[in-house]
Design a protein around this ligand. Structure first.
Ligand SMILES: [Zn+2]
Length: 175
């Protein structure tokens, strides 16, 4: 099941009416714009899309994407393999529709009568999920000695004293 190809175009409204889940994969090499910032285009994207209508009858698509990509670590300049996981909830609306009443947390997807380009959606979502500064885990990184990270020493200072908070509460006559 997981190796079914992802259909390039779908009608999300019909799929939502039927409560369809699409599970499949596509090659990283087919996503040209996504491969641009990557070190190579070898890999497979696992994608899952749940189509449904919410209580307001809005067409909702919940996406789950997983892929491993290779990028250049910005600390040691060696290759780093990064697992990318992305989840989004899209609300499909007509072009120019009023989106004020949509629940927060939805990504608005304007769609006219044309079918939805699922491949473009995957590419767009993964581009946003890529790290801005790719890097190894500190303990796996071949960074040159001496280039260590700044320690977080400000924590202690900024932590508020629990007793002073309590005192403030007691002083407030409305409590
Ligand atoms: Zn590194």
């Amino acid at each position: 099941m997981l190796n079914d190809p992802i259909p390039p175009h779908v009608d999300p409204r019909k799929l939502a009416d039927r409560g369809v889940t699409i599970n499949g994969s596509l090659l990283l090499a087919d996503l040209e714009r996504l491969c641009d910032p990557l070190s190579d285009d070898v890999g497979t994207v696992q994608a899952k899309f749940d189509f449904e209508r919410d209580e307001q009858h809005v067409v909702v698509i919940h996406s789950e994407l997983d892929v491993e990509v290779k990028m250049v670590c910005q600390r040691c300049l060696e290759l780093v393999t990064l697992p990318i996981h992305s989840e989004c909830t899209y609300a499909v609306v007509k072009e120019g529709a009023n989106t004020q009443s949509l629940p927060k947390g939805y990504d608005v997807l304007e769609l006219g009568e044309d079918p939805l380009d699922l491949q473009a959606l995957i590419e767009e979502e993964l581009l946003l999920a890529l790290p801005i500064v790719p890097a190894h885990h500190p303990e796996e990184c071949q960074q040159p000695a001496g280039a260590d990270e700044p320690e977080s020493s400000k924590d202690e200072v900024s932590r508020s004293n629990p007793f002073s908070v309590l005192a403030q509460l007691k002083r407030d006559p409305n409590v």
